[in-house]
Design a protein around this ligand. Structure first.
Ligand SMILES: [Zn+2]
Ligand SMILES: [Zn+2]
Length: 728
């Protein structure tokens, strides 16, 4: 009710209406502080106007200008009604053009078209306003029709058409208009060129881009930094980075944008050294880098693995925006620094910087990589608080995260609650079940996926085939494999590797070899190493074939040498064992560094085999030495057959007993001796036979589940059994 009082109080000053409106207008421009206030004042003025008869030309003009300034469509509409009601016809088109422009800006095409149709006097501004109404809504074709009807045009008309074509990905059409503009006798402006070039950049349309470049040279726009930046950017984005650099080096007045676009061009092609070089040059030239530069350079540092440099630069930033934070978090995560990524994420939240869904997805996948249930739950909580739980990519990442932590139930709860899912969501769940040994659930979900009309993709089939491997379902696996082609897809090397495993493990190594021979792809490292891993004593010929390929593809990986020599040893062919071992030495082949992680009291601890770095090594070894005899009484017999060294039994025993996963288990036991919650261990390579047996026995003694994720799959150890049924 206040509002009415305010309005009514105005006439009480005794002034006439026109004076009041004029007063309002001058007061308005003086006191125009906040947008809310402006809108309120404007509404009051129009209220007042509506309670009176016709106003003067001057008052209408002032009010329409204020409507435009406040971008207030509703008051503008009321103003127009008032004019129509009072049969006000202005002498020129100024007032109507202002209204037209406002309607166009607000996307009110119908109002604009209506007003335009009823105008008695139109000029080029009226036409341009109508054009921009169509452009605003991206109605390229209708815009073109209006353009052709125009009795007169100016360069703005052409630019509107060009911009509309450009922003709707019609670079060829935009170029045509540019040409027509010149033919019609209009000089293209800088906006004509820049808009057309941006369309080419978006579409990676180098051909048209070059033609525009030619016109720019002829039109002598070479000294215009705005235009020249767009040319350089077009070459960089279309992949001709050298040409972009050539132009960049010849630019006379480089601004920050010029440097930024050149640097981001190098980030895109993966040349971080050149980015950093340019960055140094930019500073020498006296220009101050802005937040875009910084974000690009951070990216470059991460690309070349210079994490410390990135950290340094980031810590010195006075103002950090969400792009910088996200760059850092994603960079850490991509460089295997998941824990740092998580720490940075909490710093970001403490600094009141709101993450976007890209940041969140990266954080969630860091939790997945760490398989840290504690961190996963914390991040999930934040996702809910910040309202990202309805975001499909984030939810899919959460499903994947919980599966990778070995808690498929939590993943399923999220999956079930999702209102919309895509194939990525389905894949996360199918693969999650498969890797956790829940074969039936994985296959049932695959069937459900098809019932709900989601077309499976390559990754779905990897999940389905892994499920079949876990359950040794050879026939079903073959059926699913065949269905890949039936659904019009070509099986990938990953699918073939699954089939090699499935066939090899069921004793059909010959069939696996035939399958490889008939592949449409060249066999890669994965295929041959999969074949080697399924070879038993009797498949020595095949093992030799696979190993010979592997030695050629990567002579420095010790894995295949060890596998082949183990097979020779099992057959008692000691001479061959010696040959392979000396070959391995000669090639200086290295074992892939094996690590295990365990999460204790919300902290992730990492161990290597025979670790001597952890601060609590003594207690860990003590615990392990206490545990081993207990397990031996239960029937555990350390399997030293995989130990190659020509050494005594004691030494063999030691080298197998202190594998990283055993140390991780011992550490978890001394830190959390009386718990019942599962112990979670992550290993970066495949768990060895001995450790697998060890964990099974340990799960009896400690009466707690042990969940281990190795590079292949999950092992849920409980009561002396493993969910993988000894296949992994
Ligand atoms: Zn082991
Ligand atoms: Zn297992």
């Amino acid at each position: 009710m206040r509002r009415q009082d305010d309005v009514l109080s105005d006439p009480c000053t005794g002034k006439n209406d026109t004076a009041v409106i004029s007063d309002f207008c001058s007061a308005y421009s003086l006191n125009a502080k906040s947008e809310m206030k402006i809108k309120k004042k404007l509404r009051q003025a129009i209220d007042l106007l509506c309670s009176r008869g016709p106003a003067s030309f001057d008052d209408y003009t002032r009010l329409v200008l204020h409507c435009a300034q406040a971008n207030d469509f509703i008051q503008a509409k009321r103003l127009q009604s008032h004019m129509e009601l009072n049969l006000f016809q202005p002498n020129d088109s100024f007032i109507h053009n202002q209204l037209l422009h406002l309607y166009a800006k607000c996307g009110k095409l119908l109002y604009a078209q209506n007003l335009f149709d009823n105008m008695t006097k139109r000029d080029v501004y009226s036409w341009n306003a109508l054009l921009s109404a169509y452009a605003k809504l991206g109605m390229v074709e209708d815009l073109h029709v209006v353009f052709d009807q125009m009795p007169y045009r100016d360069s703005v008309s052409y630019n509107t058409l060009i911009a509309c074509f450009a922003s709707n990905r019609h670079s060829g059409e935009a170029l045509k208009v540019l040409v027509r503009m010149q033919e019609d006798g209009f000089q293209p402006t800088q906006y004509s060129y820049v808009n057309t070039l941006q369309a080419c950049s978006q579409l990676l349309d180098l051909r048209h881009g070059k033609q525009i470049h030619g016109r720019i040279v002829v039109a002598d726009f070479g000294k215009n930094t705005f235009v020249w930046n767009a040319v350089t950017d077009m070459y960089a984005k279309c992949g001709d980075i050298d040409r972009a650099r050539w132009l960049f080096d010849r630019m006379i007045n480089k601004n920050v944008v010029s440097w930024n676009l050149m640097i981001s061009g190098y980030v895109r092609v993966g040349n971080p050294d050149e980015c950093i070089h340019l960055f140094n040059e930019m500073q020498l030239s006296g220009l101050k880098p802005d937040i875009v530069t910084v974000s690009n350079i951070l990216n470059a540092y991460f690309q070349c693995g210079c994490i410390d440099d990135a950290r340094n630069m980031f810590s010195k930033l006075l103002k950090k925006d969400e792009i910088c934070w996200t760059t850092m978090i994603v960079g850490y995560a991509q460089n295997g620094k998941e824990e740092d990524a998580l720490m940075l994420f909490s710093d970001m939240l403490r600094g009141n910087v709101r993450p976007d869904c890209y940041t969140i997805s990266s954080v969630v996948s860091s939790c997945a990589k760490l398989a840290s249930l504690f961190h996963s739950q914390v991040v999930h909580g934040k996702v809910i608080v910040m309202g990202f739980d309805n975001n499909m990519p984030v939810s899919s990442a959460l499903v994947d995260m919980y599966c990778k932590c070995g808690v498929t139930l939590d993943a399923w709860v999220i999956f079930e609650a999702m209102p919309i899912r895509n194939v990525i969501t389905w894949n996360a769940m199918v693969l999650g079940y498969a890797q956790n040994g829940q074969v039936l659930e994985a296959l049932a979900l695959y069937e459900k996926m098809q019932l709900e009309n989601f077309k499976p993709d390559n990754i779905t089939f990897v999940g389905v085939l892994s499920a079949c491997i876990n359950a040794e379902m050879v026939n079903e696996g073959q059926k699913y494999f065949d269905s890949i082609s039936e659904q019009g897809m070509i099986p990938t090397l990953d699918h073939y590797a699954c089939m090699v495993t499935l066939l090899g493990r069921s004793g059909n190594v010959d069939k696996a070899v035939d399958l490889i021979k008939g592949m449409p792809h060249e066999a890669d490292y994965l295929i041959w190493s999969t074949l080697l891993s399924v070879c038993a004593k009797c498949d020595l010929k095949t093992a030799e074939l696979a190993a010979s390929h592997l030695f050629e593809l990567d002579p420095h990986n010790a894995g295949p040498y060890i596998m082949l020599s183990n097979l020779y040893a099992a057959c008692g062919r000691w001479k061959d064992v010696a040959v392979v071992r000396s070959l391995m030495k000669e090639k200086n082949a290295k074992k892939f560094a094996a690590y295990s992680w365990v999460e204790v009291e919300n902290e992730v601890h990492r161990f290597v085999s025979e670790d001597h770095f952890h601060p609590e090594v003594d207690r860990i070894y003590g615990e392990l030495n206490r545990l081993i005899p207990i397990l031996q009484q239960l029937g555990y017999n350390p399997d030293t057959s995989a130990v190659l060294h020509n050494v005594g039994d004691d030494e063999k025993f030691r080298s197998i007993s202190y594998h990283s996963e055993k140390l991780a288990l011992a550490f978890a036991l001394i830190r959390k001796p009386d718990r019942v919650a599962p112990i979670r261990i992550i290993k970066n390579i495949r768990v060895c036979d001995d450790c697998h047996v060890f964990m099974k026995f340990a799960s009896i003694t400690i009466a707690r589940p042990i969940i281990m994720r190795d590079s292949n799959r999950f092992h849920h150890f409980f009561g002396g059994n493993c969910s993988c049924k000894d296949h992994w």
